[in-house]
Ligand binder design. Structure first.
Ligand code: PMP
Length: 300
């Protein structure tokens, strides 16, 4: 359950009870998926709650809205502050935070009219669990970048993710791997892909995937470790010949991939570059941060 009778959400500048908040059934977002959202994680650190990469997430929310012509009237720092306040009011520390920008009633295919924002949060463990994943290559491809704004986190795009995940689970796998419309490796339904070969990492280039904030963090951490990362267009056969692989995303964090269809990666996860980055990532998200201290003391 994501909320109970006491849960508060942030709605258009106010904190209101989740079970008393309502939205209009003629919302353009509900009918057409015309809205944008984010997935953010907060972590308990020694200095209090820290919302990891909060600025980056709200900047991406703003960019997603602008890319699909939804006016974004909100100040990024105010949304960051509201998130800390929301967590505090709900006594949450290790939590998943979901901001959503949604559109008011409008049944036409133009617009939008007015826009609303809500932020909610709940406790959520590792999204894909902590065991290495068994993937299958999906029969669904990622949407063509000329059909939609692939770099925006748009509500409606997630029908593609749901179809791919359901298909993978129906076939007995943990998760799907989607190719782009040209047959190159793209990403998971909610995570970016990396694979390791001969001591280097490889990841699909931006253009046909969501520019993941965790992907960017992993690139930074790889650089700190002196690991070479190549970004490009890669074919599935290159993944099948890899030593190891992993997914990364805010909800999934860094999670090893054991196999893709019949191919089992030969390198033990504990010896892989992914494991090294998984350990560093989980340290990094719980690092002390001056921002967290400042905010948690000012928002009382
Ligand atoms: N790809 C897709 C399709 C996603 O939904 C997500 C989750 N937002 C990611 C990649 C990973 O992005 P991030 O690291 O910013 O969470």
């Amino acid at each position: 359950m994501y909320y109970n009778n006491d849960t508060l959400i942030y709605l258009n500048g106010k904190f209101v009870k989740a079970n008393e908040a309502s939205t209009d059934l003629y919302s353009q977002t509900l009918h057409y998926g015309y809205g944008v959202f984010e997935g953010v994680r907060a972590y308990a650190t020694e200095d209090g709650t820290r919302v990891f990469k909060s600025q980056e997430h709200y900047e991406r929310l703003k960019k997603s809205a602008e890319l699909i012509q939804i006016p974004f009237h909100y100040d990024v720092q105010e949304l960051v502050d509201a998130t800390y306040m929301l967590l505090k009011k709900n006594y949450l520390s290790d939590a998943y935070v979901r901001p959503l920008v949604f559109c008011d009633p409008n049944m036409s295919l133009t617009g939008p009219n007015n826009v609303s924002i809500m932020i909610c949060a709940w406790e959520w463990g590792a999204y894909l669990g902590d065991k290495q994943l068994r993937l299958t290559v999906s029969s669904f491809c990622r949407p063509h970048p000329r059909s939609i704004k692939i770099e925006a986190k748009v509500c409606g795009h997630y029908v593609n993710s749901i179809l791919a995940t359901n298909e993978a689970k129906d076939k007995g796998y943990d998760e799907a791997l989607l190719l782009d419309s040209d047959g190159f490796l793209a990403e998971g339904p909610g995570a970016n892909l990396f694979f390791e070969k001969d001591g280097a990492l490889f990841t699909p280039q931006l253009g046909n995937i969501l520019p993941g904030i965790t992907r960017a963090t992993v690139l930074e951490l790889a650089e700190e470790h002196g690991i070479e990362v190549k970004q490009g267009l890669f074919e599935p056969k290159e993944l099948f010949a890899a030593d190891s692989a992993f997914y990364c995303g805010t909800a999934a964090e860094v999670i090893g991939i054991a196999s893709v269809d019949e191919t089992v990666f030969p390198k033990a996860w504990k010896d892989s570059l992914g494991k090294k980055l998984q350990d560093t990532y989980s340290k990094k998200v719980r690092e002390n941060s001056t921002t967290a201290t400042t905010l948690s003391t000012t928002l009382s």
